[in-house]
Ligand binder design. Structure first.
Ligand code: GAR
Length: 198
């Protein structure tokens, strides 16, 4: 049984997609051992508690120093015997030491077709505002491995989503989220299969 830790900052619909994937049996041979939130008020924490998943808050509020914060995250992942880390709406950039400690074992969901609309400054609603401002007719979602860069690691799965007339950033975000939930669960299965073959 592979142990997943999920890092979150907000609402946690992607966390929910992983929880649902495991509970429905779509994601096999895995369980979520820990949810780490950078934000003490994240709704993600309520979702985790509802499913009896252990939670811990490690963010700028309780760990203002970046190096100490990263050490706390690594220690929590280690204590939870983490095999796979999922960044699910996690709004911080990982320190190199964390990427090194879990190299090839960290994946991220991003709400665009990487390499478009990604990198520093492109997160959450800002991504969709930029897509709309560009006049693009399609966007999408990407799950990728995390390396030292921002949204630069190898892509696991990517799927297109149309931009429709009259879209606002919120409407587009909701449409992209549906695709995120689908490809995140699929990508988790792909990564689990590859870890099991190691
Ligand atoms: C999702 O759209 C996720 O892809 C995005 O934040 C949202 C979180 O939603 N992540 C990023 O922008 C990271 N660069 P959720 O909390 O409901 O999963």
């Amino acid at each position: 049984m592979l142990r997943i830790s999920v890092l979150v900052s907000g609402g946690g619909t992607n966390l929910q997609a992983v929880i649902d994937g495991i509970e429905s049996g779509f994601i096999k041979n895995a369980r979520i051992g820990l949810v780490i939130s950078s934000n003490p008020n994240a709704y993600s924490l309520k979702r985790a508690k509802k499913h009896n998943i252990k939670t811990v808050i490690i963010g700028k509020t309780n760990y203002p120093e970046q190096e100490v914060r990263t050490k706390a995250i690594i220690a929590a992942l280690h204590d939870a015997k983490t095999d796979l880390v999922i960044l699910a709406g996690y709004m911080s950039i990982l320190d190199q030491s964390l990427v090194e400690a879990y190299r090839g074992r960290i994946i991220n969901i991003h709400p665009s077709l990487i390499p478009q609309f990604c990198g520093p400054g492109f997160y959450g609603k800002r991504v969709h505002e930029s897509v709309l401002a560009s006049g693009a007719s399609e966007t999408g979602a990407t799950v990728h491995y995390v390396d030292e860069g921002v949204d630069t690691g190898p892509i696991i799965l990517q799927e297109k989503v149309p931009v429709l007339e009259g879209d606002t950033a919120d409407i587009l975000a909701d449409r992209v989220l549906e695709t995120e939930h689908k490809i995140l669960a699929e990508a988790v299965n792909i990564v689990i299969a590859s870890i099991q073959q190691e």
